[in-house]
Design a protein around this ligand. Structure first.
Ligand SMILES: *[C@@H]1O[C@H](CO)[C@@H](O)[C@H](O)[C@H]1NC(C)=O
Length: 362
């Protein structure tokens, strides 16, 4: 009945820094429950965010902020990672994403701990011993039926909480409040894709996150690379090379010329370019597969293309989420078909290629 109190999938990095905080929460809960810590056999419990998470949210955010600010200071001192692929603003965008991810993890951890009490209460156990504060929490959190972990994550996302709302001064310091220069009446869209849509000027522009047609499929902890559903327990998915080989087997070959692949490449370069995570900069993920943001792709024997390699040094993308919740990616070029490979992705590049703002190509 009674198992380990802490979920096993919590990031150890967050853990150590949160230790003191959590210890206090833990002691409170243990005391309230007369020292009995029960497992949550039924992983679905009543929990919500609209009214509940206030103090937990800020507790988690503050703990994560402390960790991340320390990390950024270290990065500046050591000059590693260099964030070389990102402009100063995009460096700040991805740092904000890192902070929001750590904050989400910390909030989930704190809420999971609080939920133990919720389950106990629901089972009608030890209700009388429970402290007034915890009973109040239980009342406040009854917003709907949700399951733990990834559901908490979805709850966080549903009540969209952008960094700028969590922490206005930091948001401003990071320059995340963009001021757009939409030239009213200009016949041309901006090179960086901003202002194409006047109502959402940043839609599809450089550095904005991709939109999703489907909700994100999150891993068990909500942040790592997702595992197999069929195999259970988040077992690793088959190598992307295996999948590619299988898919290719079933594709009917049509006759195309070389222009087809060249044009395809051109369109791809025009519509998206996703930067790798700076946190795995200069890391050989094939030798350090557990490195931060590493997602190396093993190459099966007899691979038709990469027969001499055993692994592709593949990395996860730079974070670009602006709200608490799962990771999102950004694009380094506008997502419109606007001839980015010809003009470049930003004004800065475009000005080296053109004669003036409305000018012809040199
Ligand atoms: C990035 O953030 C730093 C503070 O960490 C700030 O000084 C700098 O101006 C920001 N850069 C941009 C382009 O907003």
């Amino acid at each position: 009945m009674c198992r380990s109190l802490l979920p096993s999938n919590i990031h150890t990095y967050t853990m150590t820094r949160l230790k003191l905080h959590l210890y206090l929460v833990l002691v409170l809960i243990l005391q309230a429950n007369n020292g009995v810590v029960c497992s949550r056999e039924d992983e679905c419990v009543e929990v919500g965010f609209a009214r509940s998470a206030g103090s937990y949210l800020h507790q988690g955010y503050e703990a994560a902020k402390e960790v991340m600010m320390g990390r950024w200071r270290e990065e500046e001192e050591r000059g590693v990672p260099t964030y070389a692929d990102l402009t100063p603003l995009l460096k700040n965008v991805t740092r904000a994403g890192q902070l929001l991810e750590e904050a989400s993890k910390a909030i989930i951890l704190i809420l999971l701990l609080a939920l133990y009490d919720l389950t106990v209460t629901r089972a009608g156990q030890l209700l009388e011993e429970a402290s007034k504060g915890i009973v109040a929490l239980v009342r406040k959190t009854r917003v709907g039926k949700r399951c733990i972990g990834d559901w908490i994550l979805r709850g966080l996302e549903k009540h969209v909480i952008p960094l700028i709302n969590l922490d206005k001064p930091l948001g401003e310091d990071l320059g995340l409040v963009m001021s757009f220069r939409c030239l009213v009446g200009s016949p041309y869209p901006n090179v960086d894709g901003s202002c194409v849509n006047q109502e959402s000027p940043d839609l599809g522009s450089v550095g904005s996150k991709f939109l999703r047609l489907q909700p994100a499929t999150v891993s068990k902890d909500g942040f790592s690379v997702r595992g197999s559903v069929r195999e259970g327990d988040g077992a690793a998915l088959p190598s992307a090379r295996d999948v590619a080989r299988l898919v290719r087997k079933h594709i009917k070959k049509t006759h195309t010329t070389h222009t087809f692949s060249q044009w395809g490449h051109f369109i791809q370069r025009d519509t998206f370019s996703i930067p790798e995570s700076p946190l795995s900069e200069d890391v050989d993920c094939c030798t350090i597969p557990d490195g931060e943001d590493c997602a190396p792709i093993p190459i099966p024997q007899h691979d038709p293309i990469h027969s001499t390699l055993s692994c592709i040094n593949y990395k996860r993308s730079a974070r670009a989420q602006a709200i608490l919740g799962h990771r999102e990616s950004m694009s380094l070029v506008s997502t419109y078909l606007d001839a980015t490979p010809v003009y470049g992705p930003t004004d800065k590049v475009a000005f080296t290629l053109k004669t003036g703002y409305f000018g012809y190509l040199k």
